[in-house]
Design a protein around this ligand. Sequence first.
Ligand SMILES: *Cc1c(COP(=O)(O)O)cnc(C)c1O
Ligand SMILES: [Zn+2]
Length: 380
Amino acid sequence: MLRCTSCGREYSLRKPYQRCECGEPLELELFKGVPGIGKRVWERFSQFYPFALDLEYSLGEGDTPLTKAKRLSKELGVKLYLKNETTNPTWSFKDRGTFIGIHRALELGFNKIGTVSTGNMAASVAAYGARFGLDTYILVSSSIAEEKLKALEAYGANIIKVHGDYGELYYKSLEIGRRKGIYFINSDDPFRVEGYKSISFEIAEEVTPDYVVIPTSSGGLFRGIVKGFLELKESGLIDKLPTFVAVQAEGCSPICRAFSEGRQKIERFENPHTIAHAIENPYPPSGNAVLRLLNELKGLCVAVSDEEILEAQQDLGREGIFVQPASATGIAAIRKFRGKIEENAKVVSILTGSGLKTLSHVKAGKIMECTLEKLEECMR
Ligand SMILES: *Cc1c(COP(=O)(O)O)cnc(C)c1O
Ligand SMILES: [Zn+2]
């Protein structure tokens, strides 16, 4: 059964329902289970999924490293763990959701899939569409950078540049998909969210966090991680939930704004502007659902500036991990919160995607230059 996150109305799993008539996103029930033994998270937590997964089609998504940050832990006075999602097959956590979302499409008998994205999700759906041999439609905004288009073309999907309101494209794609038999695995599709909860399972296998810090745009990732921890608690595998922290960029923070003003509904964020393009959604489709979770579970919402983001990106480089600006927001948030988080609290920051995707946004480093003859002198 699929249930509306807002009004509670129920929908059958036999049809490709994704959103409620009231406009809000649907989600699956909380699963309960006992973890098993297996190399892959999909095997160990198979009881938490509604169908068997065909691992022959996996590209190796998930089972990413959880790295204890050395310098940053010391500086910030917490035990900081970095969940490094940059090691996924298309270099972001989106692959977890795409893998489960495609299983859903196949279960319903679809042989065409699609998504609406300008970045990481487009690459992920294009790659897995190719892997599963499906007809794949990637709808991108007409302002997409040439560099990003090139990375997409490699996978052989049908790419369509759409001129017009990008926010409306999300809803339009679902409508066209219904008519044309294309299953759109968009940002907060119920099954994409199911894929993301595997991040929580992996974290819980290694630490019991006090805080989990989550870069938030559409809200799909936030919902997935919360659902994962709720299922672990329901199953008696953890005693308490961590505090969930949603992080947004100051230049596009519709959820934090509504949260701090005590509103129950988000409003469109006018004139969004941030270097963290991967989290620049001015009217997030799961924004209200995230607000509800923040209120119910006493979570936090923090907005950080572009400057703070770039500094955090450099800090992560010093830990040996190169992330994109959106993925550095968590560290910027923790720094902003210094003093408010208890000393030595266990904090997990989700590093959502690789810096190689956004090379134009790297703050220039120090480069020396010298002749071959003077090289030894140069290196002193
Ligand atoms: C998609 C994405 C996010 C935000 O995820 P949502 O599910 O849209 O909230 C954060 N960081 C990166 C790098 C992403 O690609
Ligand atoms: Zn509803």
